[in-house]
Design a protein around this ligand. Structure first.
Ligand SMILES: [Zn+2]
Length: 1022
């Protein structure tokens, strides 16, 4: 799935958005990434009421509210908040923002953030019922609960130990006592009977072989009926069948064992875990076959998951209805009863009854259409030729139209609503090229006869990799002929990600959601790798680089988690769709690939992995074993040993370099942003440290490697070496501190000749020095010293990274209403980047890299209200409006131009009108972002309310709207109020833990930086 944050437009920050999260439940429009990294800064309690005491505190170094550390262990089990919620808060949490405060203070010569450790609390800021100003201190109650917990654990251990007949050995209890087995506590079913299962995960005693599904959707009534026939095999003797079903009204159930008669059975339901069960008086025996047939009725879902109804308005103004599915991760059970876990793979035969005038799609090609006596038509699809997990099943009932092409043995088609058919060519072309690439790269042909890519008007994620029927938002699939390369980059990236899933995820699937990164990290990595080969003109290298920076920013927080981590609740399943699974997963695969000897070992290893586990389920170790087994050189590297250190612990290392003559010492520590910035963790990583030096710094052959597995290591270099640059092209997932002398040498070298390092290395220096400043290892003066070389910079990656970092500080100061500092900051940015800003053009631009550069520079200039920029933007907008749509604004500048236009009454009203009539979704979203960036608070409130209502502005855009509103000074407090007031409706629309909810919470809380706001957030969530 692709949690679509990345393609949120071309604002300065969104340029850096991690791209596709392709569970592609690509979820939302997002400005999200922007916010994820923005400082949380708030001084006033409301737009109009300043809170004097907090303002005063900010100026009083000794009394400034402290920023307690976030303790994930404590917050992880807080009721009401899922880990997700807590993680959402944490990601933009104190740590980061506090550091922003500090950085800005340093920048501007202030001392108000002079925090002493005595002011800090080391416990969670989110503990329940914490006293004012120390939401984080463990309460007496917490202590009591902890003690009680320990006592209970100790008691239970003793009870177990002394159970009669149980002999404890190292391996545990050898033989359960026959007379007093330990019975699980079974819950009650809805009918009052005991439900025969008490766990989240299903028992393995029964396994499905095939499903026959028949569905009768009524799009007008938004209901459906269905019949599911499940053929199963018994793996172990058992007296129960347990499977999933959610909100299904079972009307009839029959069961047939081997060749016996079908008999009616009672289906029990346990709603909290969305489980169904049938109990038997006698055991079903291992090796037997059985068939469960369930008839049921249900409502089409009104959210974005399960089998959901949707509608759009066609070009004649008529409302057209459709129904589509989104099953990942836990929603197939809302459409049909099933074993809804990734390891219960089976085949599917699907039949859908529809009205004349509609068409249907499913994973497989249509086998036949049969008229039914009631006037409907039954479309029957071929039985799936592959076994697949339930979350990959999909079907659509609509009036879409396709364009198609044959590639190898596969018919590739792109579907859209009829009036957008002309926007599908690029997607078909790109999908065709990528399918050929993957067929050849993986040396395994795509196994189905057809591959449909469908743009759905109302879709929450970015895209979803259903086998043979990939679903997308319109923005991630449709582009016009005139669209900019940046817009094409979004579409190509999402397609590349979803296609990679047809192998990584569909053919070989993670056993359980704890290893989701095997799907998402791989698909994310493959999307960049494939596009660099297939469509090099899209220049996705910079995008991937910024994705790695953002992944590190989040993983530096205490609220992060290991790539492969325990998942025990449905909310935790949702929470796995985050930057760790996607972007960090992709980053460590890049690091692995670039550190393996021989350029084919990685590819051969994954081909081996795909072949060995084709049709099966795996965990992380299976992948490392496959990669280790493929030896192409004499330098045997134990991949498991190296990679386990990156997947089994959260965070990443800081490598510090110190030099003494010909001796260079490397040390590693956990780069963990806590309130103290002191490392308490003993984590160690197996780091392939790469480096280049002043005599050879650009070509890949210059790269040397030092494997740092211990706390420190020493390397000999010639004394004549002037400087070292580590982490060549930033392919490693670590940050480097060069010490004062090392930094000074690098800064000197850059100031003499910008081209002495690759642009990735220059961007990496910019990213690392800001991070080190937050971490308290370098002064902000040193950051500014490095940035002095920027006017001579010509590449987009270093400039956009510097602007992103400076913008965070600027926003922080702005929301603190530190007007003097804001003015100085503005003047610094405009003078320092002024010559670059002035040299940007406003016409059509072909180069992606130049588009990125100018949209970042002009976005910043216009947001600072730089006169030339705003005048030019207004002029372009006027020409656009006057020409009645015949004059174009270059796609990469639309965001800047619309945002400037939206600041005037007339411009905002014009944009609203244009938004209502826009048919091209990418442009429409940029208009929406502009509407939400107004400083008129009445309009902001209207935009928020209208997005929730979903008529004029689609509810799928609400996360984008909220994050945009939160970005501005005028609306971030309104947005927070809006979230609190409408919380119940929000979690009805977007599941708790989902990427959408993560976005919403992060957007709002990342703007706060005062204790008062922390208390408010604590009070609301805990
Ligand atoms: Zn994905």
């Amino acid at each position: 799935m692709c949690d679509n944050h990345f393609y949120s437009g071309t604002s300065l920050l969104s340029r850096f958005l991690p791209f596709l999260r392709i569970f592609c439940l690509i979820s939302l429009p997002l400005c999200v990434a922007e916010h994820a990294n923005l400082p949380r800064n708030m001084i006033e309690n409301s737009m109009f009421e300043e809170e004097p005491d907090v303002v005063d505190l900010a100026k009083d170094s000794t009394a400034f509210p402290t920023f307690p550390a976030l303790d994930p262990d404590e917050v992880a089990y807080e009721p009401r908040s899922s880990r997700l919620l807590v993680r959402g808060l944490g990601e933009n949490d104190m740590d980061e923002d506090e550091e922003d405060c500090e950085s800005s203070a340093r920048l501007l010569g202030m001392s108000f953030m002079n925090r002493s450790s005595a002011h800090r609390s080391s416990s969670s800021p989110y503990a329940r019922q914490a006293p004012p100003r120390s939401c984080s201190r463990p309460s007496a109650r917490t202590m009591v609960v902890c003690v009680l917990f320990l006592v209970i654990v100790a008691s239970m251990t003793m009870v177990l130990y002394f159970l009669p007949g149980c002999t404890f050995t190292k391996a545990g209890c050898r033989k359960p006592n026959k007379t007093t087995p330990i019975q699980p506590v079974y819950p009650n079913s809805t009918n009052g009977e005991l439900f025969p299962w008490a766990e989240l995960r299903l028992p393995y005693s029964i396994h499905p072989i095939s499903y026959d599904l028949t569905l009768n959707p009524d799009l007008d009534d938004t209901t459906f009926t269905g019949q599911t026939v499940i053929n199963m095999t018994v793996l172990h003797n058992t007296n129960r069948i347990v499977l999933h079903g959610a909100n299904l009204n079972i009307t009839k159930a029959t069961f047939k064992l081997d060749d016996g008669e079908a008999k009616e059975v009672t289906v029990l339901e346990y709603k909290p875990r969305q489980q169904l069960a049938v109990k038997f008086s006698e055991d079903l025996k291992a090796g037997q076959y059985c068939v469960l047939t369930l008839d049921y009725s249900a409502n089409l879902s009104h959210t974005y998951d399960g089998f959901y109804n949707s509608s759009y308005t066609d070009k004649d103004g008529n409302k057209r209805v459709l129904a589509a599915t989104q099953f990942e991760p836990l929603y197939a059970r809302k459409a049909f009863p099933c074993f809804d876990e990734p390891s219960f793979k089976a085949t599917f035969l699907i039949k859908i009854n529809r009205k004349q005038g509609y068409m249907t799609l499913s994973n497989m090609p249509k086998a036949k259409s049969t008229p039914l006596p009631n006037g409907l038509v039954q479309d029957e699809f071929e039985k799936t030729s592959v076994k697949m997990s339930t979350y990959l099943v999909a079907f659509i009932v609509s009036n879409f139209t396709p364009i198609s092409r044959n590639i190898s043995n596969t018919l590739v088609s792109v579907y859209s609503v009829p009036e957008k058919k002309e926007h599908t060519d690029y997607a078909l072309d790109t999908a065709s090229k990528l399918l050929e690439f993957y067929n050849s790269f993986f040396e395994i042909e795509y196994p189905l006869k057809k591959l449909d890519l469908v743009a759905i008007p109302d879709f929450l994620a970015g895209a979803m990799e259903n086998w043979g029927l990939i679903t997308f938002r319109e923005t991630t699939l449709l582009v016009g002929k005139e669209s900019s390369q940046l817009e094409k980059q979004v579409v190509a990236s999402v397609i590349a990600h979803e296609l990679a899933h047809q192998w990584f995820g569909n053919l070989v699937t993670m056993r359980w959601w704890n290893d989701l990164w095997l799907n998402e990290g791989f698909a994310t990595y493959m999307q960049y790798m494939s596009l660099q080969t297939v469509l090099p003109q899209l220049d996705t290298g910079n995008l991937f680089l910024s994705v790695r920076f953002r992944a590190m920013d989040k993983d530096a927080l205490n609220s992060s988690h290991a790539v492969s981590t325990e998942v025990n609740t449905s909310e935790q399943v949702e929470e796995m769709f985050d930057s760790v699974s996607y972007e960090k997963g992709a980053s460590i695969l890049l690091m692995l690939n670039t550190s393996l000897p021989g350029d084919q070992q990685f590819r051969k290893g994954i081909i081996e992995y795909l072949k060995q586990f084709s049709g099966a389920n795996t965990d992380t170790n299976d992948l490392w074993n496959s990669l280790t087994e493929v030896e192409v050189s004499t330098h045997h590297q134990n991949v498991s040993e190296m990679m386990n250190s990156w997947t089994s612990q959260k965070g990443f290392p800081l490598v510090t370099v110190s030099r003494n003559g010909d001796e260079v010492n490397f040390t590693q520590e956990h780069f963990l942003l806590t309130s103290e910035n002191a490392t308490h963790s003993s984590s160690l990583w197996n780091i392939p440290v790469t480096y280049v030096n002043d005599s050879c710094s650009l070509a890949p052959e210059c790269r040397q490697v030092f494997n740092l597995k211990t706390k420190s290591g020493t390397l000999k270099i010639p004394e004549s070496v002037k400087w070292l640059k580590l982490n060549y092209r930033n392919t490693g997932f670590y940050i480097v501190h060069y010490g004062n002398e090392g930094w000074t040498a690098l800064i000197d070298a850059l100031s003499k000749n910008v081209s002495v390092l690759t642009h990735e290395d220059r961007a990496s220096l910019v990213h690392n020095i800001f991070a080190l400043s937050r971490f308290g290892r370098v002064s902000f003066q040193q950051v500014l010293n490095l940035l002095n070389y920027i006017p001579g910079e010509t590449e987009s990656a270093p400039v956009t990274e510097a602007l992103l970092q400076l913008n965070r500080i600027y926003r922080l100061l702005d929301k603190r209403q530190e007007s003097g500092l804001v003015a100085r900051m503005k003047s610094y940015i405009l003078s320092h980047f002024g010559s670059l800003m002035k040299s940007q053009t406003w016409g059509e631009e072909k180069s992606v890299s130049k588009q990125e550069l100018r949209s970042a520079l002009l976005g910043m200039a216009c947001s600072l209200k730089e006169e030339n920029c705003t005048q030019q933007a207004k002029l372009l907008f006027k020409q656009y409006v006057d020409s009645n749509g015949t004059s174009r604004i270059p796609g990469d500048l639309q965001h800047v131009v619309f945002s400037v236009a939206a600041q005037s009454d007339e411009g905002w009203t014009t944009l609203l009108n244009m938004h209502a009539h826009a048919t091209y979704d990418a442009e429409k979203r940029k208009m929406l972002q502009a509407l939400a960036s107004t400083e008129d608070t009445r309009r902001l409130v209207w935009v928020l309310k209208t997005s929730l209502k979903g008529d004029i502005i689609q509810t799928q855009e609400l996360p984008l709207v909220i994050s945009t509103v939160c970005n501005g000074f005028a609306g971030y407090l309104f947005a927070w109020d809006f979230i609190q007031e409408n919380w119940d409706r929000l979690i009805e629309k977007f599941p708790v833990g989902s990427f959408a909810i993560q976005t919403i919470i992060k957007s709002a809380t990342s703007q706060f930086s005062t204790q008062a706001h922390l208390n408010q957030v604590c009070f609301f969530f805990f």
